[in-house]
Design a protein around this ligand. Sequence first.
Ligand SMILES: Nc1ncnc2c1ncn2[C@@H]1O[C@H](COP(=O)(O)OP(=O)(O)OP(=O)(O)O)[C@@H](O)[C@H]1O
Ligand SMILES: [Mg+2]
Length: 498
Amino acid sequence: MPDKPTSQYPSLTQEHLKALYDISQSINSITDIDSLLEHVMEVAVQAVEAERGFLVLSEDESLRVRTARNISAETAMDKDGFSRSIVSGVIESRKPVLTMDAQADQRFEGSESLILKQIQAVACVPFHLRGRVLGAIYLDGRTRRGGFTPETLSFLSAFADLAAIAIENARLMERLREENKFLRSEVERRYGFSELVGNSSKMQQIFSLLSKIIQSDISTLFEGESGTGKELAARALHYNGPRRKKPFIVQFCGNLSEHLLESELFGHKKGSFTGAISDKRGLLEVANGGTFFLDEIADIPPAIQAKLLRVLQEGEFRRVGDTETRRVDVRVMSATNKSLAAQVEKGNFREDLYYRLNVITVTLPPLRERNGDIPLLVNHFLKKNSEKTNAPMKRVTPEAMRILEGYHWPGNVRELENAIERAIVLAGEHGITPAELIISPAPHTSSSRRTLKEHEKELVMRCLKENGNNKTRTAQELGVSLRWLHYKLAEWKRVDDE
Ligand SMILES: Nc1ncnc2c1ncn2[C@@H]1O[C@H](COP(=O)(O)OP(=O)(O)OP(=O)(O)O)[C@@H](O)[C@H]1O
Ligand SMILES: [Mg+2]
């Protein structure tokens, strides 16, 4: 005689145990929600030898049939139907229902469809997880076969508990997959070529050069003043090239101690220096398969220059304090706003590394050499801001545009972008007028080389404007005396009046 069952799940059959095992396996292996639900349905129908069945999930506060066997979704959830009322009751009460003799069950008395369809056995269990009901599974049969037994309920409850975890997992994965897809397309859009704005012949040359080197793996050096778009161009190259699905990693190399930079780039072994409490991967490893962007490359200390050379030549490196040689496959891009050739000449930068880094040099022109692109850029930033803030696009008055085009932009596109963002905040109903442009007027000289006096005047005027014409504050900020400021202002006025 079998032992009297004492556990929560008494005397489950071999078939039941197999089904439970099967579903527990699916928790991690099936992450596609549709395939998972099909699988859950299949296993449940077989385990209890049901004739019909369907599975509903609660979505956006209503119940939706996600899969069914021998019953259409419409019949299953028919408004006046028997099965719908069972499922709704189970979800509401969070309690399962089982009957092996439905025709005689008082709970279902008067249900026409039950009699018509001669349904004998019915089981319905909710999927619940952490206090929430995700949905339910409904099964029935016309003949009272071996499948529906008093143990069916215990089995189905255990089965539904496991299925609920698998369903939640798959849903989460689905959401993450969608989110990842969205973020990826967002990044690709943000760093696509269309974000690199410019119609001038100088920019056209840049585009033509970039398109030639997009498919290749050759090391590329970006030169240009601060704010000219070196990083943006490097990102565009990466996100349009064959490595776009792999990471684009930036390492800023300026003003970093040799130690820190080395450990950031190459990683370290636990205990290799105080503070190295565990093994750490370097950013080069993180970038494997993708692109590594070394920003401010001119500032790299000599010891690290040698190690980088090895990465570029053999694709090999070692973590700090480690003896194991590791390999990486990265496309190396770098940027500098100093002339790297001049650094080589001064002996600050290894010549062999220099040639490895700049197989191709892309030199971004300063904005003052492509003034014609300013209206295009202004429009681009206005549009970008309006999309970001969901506000209507601001207008720029022709007079303000003239000032923007005439300015010499020492901070290049970055400065222009900042000026536009600031102006948008300050702009009233007339849009952006000269009053909202916190930049100094264009210098008189047409050439970009200006005298010290001109610089002095420009700086003072800008500071005055930023301080709302407050002379005391301006003098303080510039570190000059108020008397000096008055003197200068009078002098410039005299010159202007002459
Ligand atoms: N051609 C361009 N079109 C649109 N935006 C641009 C362009 N060039 C630069 N920008 C914008 O200007 C800002 C500065 O660009 P980026 O960071 O690429 O400059 P950088 O040359 O790397 O500067 P730095 O030398 O100071 O690091 C960014 O916000 C970038 O989006
Ligand atoms: Mg940069």
